[in-house]
Design a protein around this ligand. Structure first.
Ligand code: HEC
Length: 124
């Protein structure tokens, strides 16, 4: 009796965990070299785990993007597309001091294409 109860509990626990694994988006979002070099040069400095500035880190953390659940990845990718569309990143007030950090048209186009493709992939 006791033993069968354990099995039931194990089975039940397993079933509860299952959605957690299937919702895991890890691996779906891939960052190719070409995109990664843009991110490293122009985005990563403010949007990473070590960033001293909490706000950009909370909004987008590149260190976590590839390992978060798919629904959150979809949200982040939509945000990324939005800022690329508006041309609002990096922020203007930062670009005044460091104009060379501005995304070129080609970089913007490449990132947009990537974010759209990944967005579709994670929302499947
Ligand atoms: C100089 C620091 C800095 C750099 C560089 C930077 N960001 Fe940001 N980013 C911020 C800050 C600050 C915020 C928060 C703005 C706010 O809360 O209004 C933010 C917010 C965002 C958001 C969330 C926007 C929203 O509406 O929620 C996205 C997405 C984003 N950044 C993407 C990028 C991308 C892509 C790049 C590179 C092309 C980039 N950032 C480069 C500082 C930076």
């Amino acid at each position: 009796m006791k033993k069968s109860m354990t099995y039931v509990l194990l089975l039940f626990g397993g079933l509860l965990l299952l959605p957690a694994f299937t919702a895991e988006g890890g691996g779906k979002v891939k960052i190719p070299k070409k995109i990664n070099s843009i991110i490293q040069a122009k985005c990563y400095g403010c949007h990473n785990t070590e960033s001293k500035n909490k706000r950009p880190k909370d909004k987008l953390n590149w260190d976590e993007l590839t390992s978060m659940p798919a629904d959150q990845q979809a949200e982040k990718l939509a945000d990324i597309q939005k800022v690329l569309e508006k041309g609002s990143m990096p922020p203007d007030r930062f670009l005044e001091k460091q104009p060379d950090m501005k995304l070129t048209d080609k970089e913007t186009a490449n990132m947009k294409k990537w974010a759209a493709k990944m967005g579709k992939r994670v929302s499947k």
